[in-house]
Ligand binder design. Structure first.
Ligand code: FAD
Ligand code: EPU
Length: 345
């Protein structure tokens, strides 16, 4: 279905007033391929969107945007696990609720993350001690030129912190059309993060974790329906042990998370907060007062307002800590995605 609308405002969570040449709602794999072929014939760029909760439009987009609305969930039972095959356009949080309603545990820590199920593998969504790769069995990708679908097993998805093969080899010319999830029947609650550590491991249920995660998220993250944002604007930086130790010598209270590879993950929100930037405004953009890692569209911000603010934040943190933040959010210019670090450097 192609619509005579081209405002992108309601198709992404930053709420930037940008337009596309054309927007198409795709409910089938064939519709995705048709939209891609139409873009090739017109000599225009092509962009796939789920719910637009991890993108920033820098300006109007000169190409065709296909909104993924492929639907359907199938559940099957194995001896030790539940298996779910989920079409890419299903809403992620609704899927979490749907599984809990059916008594299937395992997705509760990932509650309230905006976006589509098919977008979850791209940056390997993570929150409150769990990452998507821990429940992923496979990802089905469609070659938009040939129309062929290939199944990629989880171990071949190159999942990392906010990273996967879908940001690299499969970034252009492919669409994720479904994900396969495996939820172990022998449920192990993950209660390592924040308020979850206060729950009683002897009695805790998946519903308790779900409720606690929702409560923590609502207390600090702005609701995109009220205030435009794309969640954490920057990734948490992973630095070498020496740099982490140098900063910690001056700031012993700094949160830090040692990684398996001997490096240390720092909390970008804490670093920004230490630069006294909470509430700082530039144009219509601002640093969120409850969570400094979130940049918000405070008042009719343009993409360039957000870029100017992100540049300022990155400079201040870099000058104070010698840590140079990289955006998590994907930057979309008129002709397609741009390297976000280059744009704000
Ligand atoms: P989109 O923003 O639509 O797309 C993201 C990128 O993937 C784009 O480059 C797009 O072109 C591409 N893409 C989209 N669909 C497909 C497809 N089917 N095939 C191939 N490429 C595709 N993330 C976390 O990890 N943890 C969090 O806790 C978290 N909290 C958030 C809180 C808020 C308030 C917000 C606004 C965002 C948060 N995010 C979080 C980020 C975001 O929710 C995730 O990145 C989510 O997976 C994005 O899904 P989407 O459908 O909106 O993707
Ligand atoms: N902090 C501050 N000031 C702030 C913000 C944070 O001091 O303004 C401190 C907190 O007190 C805490 C630490 O920094 O000690 C970490 O903060 P928080 O628990 O809020 O998590 P985060 O590291 O800022 C990450 C993810 C979120 C995810 C949460 C929960 C990234 C980039 N962000 O945020 O994901 O929901 O942990 O697991 O990894 C997203 O990716 O969009 C996102 C929201």
């Amino acid at each position: 279905m192609s619509r005579e609308i081209n405002s992108l405002k309601s198709f992404h969570t930053f709420g930037i007033d940008a337009r596309a040449y054309q927007i198409t709602i795709a409910e089938t794999a064939e519709a995705l391929c048709q939209a891609w072929h139409a873009s090739q014939q017109a000599g225009r760029p092509f962009l796939l969107l789920g719910e637009g909760s991890n993108v920033l439009f820098l300006e109007n987009y000169a190409g065709i945007v296909a909104i993924n609305r492929l639907k359907g969930i199938q559940i099957s039972e194995e001896s030790d696990a539940w298996h779910l095959h989920v079409a890419a356009g299903e809403n992620w949080h609704s899927l979490v609720e749907y599984t809990l309603d059916k008594g299937l545990a395992g997705l509760e820590n990932l509650a309230l993350i905006p976006g589509c199920a098919g977008s979850a593998p791209i940056q390997n969504i993570g929150a409150y001690g769990v990452e998507f790769n821990q429940v992923c069995a496979y990802v089905d990708v469609l070659n938009l030129q040939s129309g062929e679908t290939t199944r990629i097993d989880a171990q071949d998805c190159q999942f990392g912190y906010r990273d996967s093969v879908f940001k690299h080899r499969y970034r252009e010319g492919y669409a994720i059309v479904a994900v396969g999830l495996r939820l172990n029947k022998a449920w192990q609650p993950v209660m390592t993060y924040g308020e979850l550590t206060r729950l009683d491991p002897a009695t805790v249920t998946a519903r308790d974790i779900f409720a606690s995660v929702c409560q923590m998220r609502r207390s600090k993250l702005p609701d995109p329906r009220v205030t435009g944002n794309a969640g954490s604007f920057f990734k948490n930086p992973v630095v070498n042990v020496d740099l982490a130790a140098t900063i910690a010598a001056e700031f012993p209270q700094m949160p830090r998370y040692p990684q398996a590879n001997g490096q240390v993950k720092l909390a970008a929100g804490w670093l920004i907060d230490q630069c006294a930037l909470k509430g700082y405004c530039l144009g219509g953009a601002a640093v969120h007062r409850q969570q400094a890692l979130v940049l918000i569209n405070q008042e009719n911000a343009t993409g360039q307002d957000i870029v100017a603010l992100a540049h300022h934040v990155r400079q201040r943190v870099g000058e104070k800590f010698n840590v140079w933040l990289e955006p998590e959010v994907r930057f979309i210019a008129a002709a397609g995605e741009q390297d976000a670090v280059e744009v704000i450097a």
